[in-house]
Design a protein around this ligand. Structure first.
Ligand code: ADP
Ligand code: MG
Length: 299
């Protein structure tokens, strides 16, 4: 017997590294009108490195890194892994953390050596009461702003309510990001979009490299959902590619959610309609082309 076109398309997509979870998904891939990408781990390799540590006030580099790595110890976020790696590179033993909490899209908090440590986006500096101007906060903001302006991710380290350091992180764009964006645009006319929790500077630099002009930064998980829904106006069909726990709600909200298979979190994989099993972005336009061909054969 000959296989129905949608099933043979699923088999072929599988060979190209796309796990398409159902025939309905295979059929609708070709309807994509907007392609939204997460940044970290999706358009980038997702293995950021700490490229600069800037102590503030009396703090020293080692102490900033040690306390930050302690607070990040239980973190599953790529920023957490980068901070731990930086501490290790400096030969610093990482202290244990208690009372760990992670704030999605913001950072982590924990008690390290009996001190309250917060590590996360400079937005954390706004959480404090608007007291008289604190020079350490102003300095942390300025250092973070410089890092962000050059396309980096900046993370502030706050110990017992006082800013003690700023870490600058760099991540690499995936080799196939720009060619995939071009291929998708050519193939479908779909509008590419970037949705990220990272800062506008880092988002803008990456978007320019990837060839995306519709950029939305500083988004919390629910903001990503809202952006997907806004893009769905007039029934436009939105495909979202993401990898993080933070992307799971948006993957579910999109008409088609595509998760990164290798670097993707379990929650992203579960919330998706298709998986790029080898984290190979270029397989996405291939899957859409297969969807089109299968539909011509079905009709
Ligand atoms: P993206 O949408 O690009 O995948 P996230 O929403 O996961 O990014 O994170 C957004 C920002 O929140 C990061 O750029 C970082 O500033 C901060 N952040 C998130 N998790 C952590 C963490 N474990 N440690 C420090 N900062 C974090
Ligand atoms: Mg991500």
């Amino acid at each position: 017997a000959t296989m129905p076109p949608l099933l043979s398309a699923i088999a072929l997509a599988g060979r190209h590294g796309v796990l398409v979870k159902s025939a309905v998904v295979m059929e609708h891939l070709a309807d994509t009108e907007v392609v939204a990408f997460d940044k970290t781990g999706t358009l980038t390799e997702g293995h950021p490195r700490v490229v600069d540590v800037r102590p503030i006030g009396d703090a020293c580099t080692e102490e900033v890194l040690r306390l930050a790595a302690g607070a990040e110890h239980p973190s599953e976020h790529p920023v957490g892994a980068a901070v731990r790696a930086a501490a290790q590179d400096h030969g610093l033993p990482v202290p244990a953390a208690t009372d760990f909490t992670s704030v999605p899209g913001r950072g982590v908090r924990a008690v390290v050596d009996g001190r309250q440590v917060a590590v996360g986006s400079p937005v954390l500096l706004d959480d404090r009461p608007p007291t008289a101007a604190d020079p350490a906060v102003a300095q942390a903001r300025a250092v973070a702003a410089d890092a962000q302006a050059t396309g980096h991710t900046a993370v502030v380290v706050i110990v017992d309510g006082a800013s003690v350091g700023v870490l600058t992180l760099a991540d690499r764009i995936r080799a196939d990001a720009a060619t995939t964006v071009t291929a998708l645009t050519r193939l479908t006319g779909a509008r590419p979009m970037l949705l990220t929790g990272d800062n506008p500077g880092a988002a803008g630099h990456l978007a320019a490299e990837a060839g995306i002009s519709d950029v939305h930064a500083g988004l919390l998980p629910q903001d990503k959902v809202d952006r997907v829904r806004a893009a769905q106006t007039d029934g436009r069909r939105v495909l979202l590619v993401g990898d993080g726990v933070n992307d799971a709600p948006a993957l579910a909200a999109a008409d088609l959610g595509v998760a990164m298979g290798r670097g993707g979190s379990d929650l992203a994989l579960q919330s998706s309609d298709a998986v790029l099993v080898r984290d190979d972005l270029a397989a996405l336009p291939t899957a859409i082309a297969l969807s089109r061909r299968a539909r011509r054969l079905v009709k």
